[in-house]
Design a protein around this ligand. Structure first.
Ligand code: GLY
Length: 252
């Protein structure tokens, strides 16, 4: 069970962040409204939420998940893979320091938290345009030191590993249909997400509630049929900036 969450309010220059999505620019007021709704749902899941103010130097700062990997015993403060985002992690380290022992990724390693997927005591590390082999090596050393196992997986055609796969607990993964045949995931029960609904593969299980982006009827139907308590959230403005549900918070 999670008891805490950290989020960061989007700043006025949110639309100047990094994106590969060929969509229109996000509307600031809609972005704020969607972010407030996200925070409310997190609070309704029973978490104490810390809402950090925006930092004008970092338009991508609402995507806090990329700045840290949090376990029961320790936190790894990352070194984000895009230079424009390096430095976002400093504020997050300050907030997390009272809660956990701090470990850090060091140069030339780079890691985005969006590439790190935990299932049981195992971490899947996505090797992507943001997480490099040196970053993965440093992560592996830290995970092993604390008794966790890890493996790496190449991230193709998506920004982060968790853009395409989420762990829902009870050995269940929801994942983009292209990832279903991956041998890394062969021991899991899989809920495939159709290519045309690929964005919904980034969903978020928080204390027995499943947050799902709005507008993906096939995925919603599959999850409801399986008995998941689904809460849909409007995510249109974050999608325009390559962000998903998990990107917007750190849960611990
Ligand atoms: N806009 C989120 C990212 O590129 O990291």
């Amino acid at each position: 069970m999670f008891t805490n969450a950290i989020v960061r309010t989007p700043g006025k220059n949110f639309n100047q962040g990094i994106t590969t999505a060929k969509l229109e620019k996000p509307d600031y007021f809609t972005t704020l409204r969607q972010h407030e709704a996200y925070c409310k749902v997190i609070e309704n899941c029973g978490l104490n939420i810390t809402i950090l103010p925006p930092d004008p130097d970092y338009p991508d700062c609402p995507f806090v998940e990329d700045t840290a990997v949090i376990t029961k015993n320790f936190v790894i403060i990352t070194r984000p893979g895009d230079k424009k985002r390096q430095g976002e992690e400093e504020k997050i380290e300050e907030v997390l320091r009272p809660f956990r022992k701090i470990e850090k990724i060091k140069s030339p390693g780079t890691v985005d938290g969006g590439d790190i997927l935990q299932a049981y005591n195992h971490f899947f590390i996505g090797l992507s345009c943001r997480t490099n082999t040196e970053g993965a090596k440093q992560l592996g050393i830290i995970f092993s030191r604390y008794g966790y196992t890890f493996s790496t997986i190449s991230v193709i055609n998506m920004l982060h590993l968790k853009s395409g796969v989420s762990y829902l607990g009870k050995n269940i993964l929801i994942l983009h249909e292209d990832l279903c045949s991956s041998k890394e995931f062969k021991s899991f029960i899989k809920i495939p997400v159709l290519k045309k609904e690929g964005y919904a593969a980034n969903s978020l299980m928080i204390n027995n509630r499943l947050l799902l982006p709005e507008g993906f009827p096939d995925t919603r139907k599959k999850l409801k049929e399986l008995g998941f308590p689904v809460y849909e959230l409007e995510m249109s403005e974050f999608r325009k900036m390559d962000g998903g549900l998990s990107c917007l918070s750190l849960r611990f």
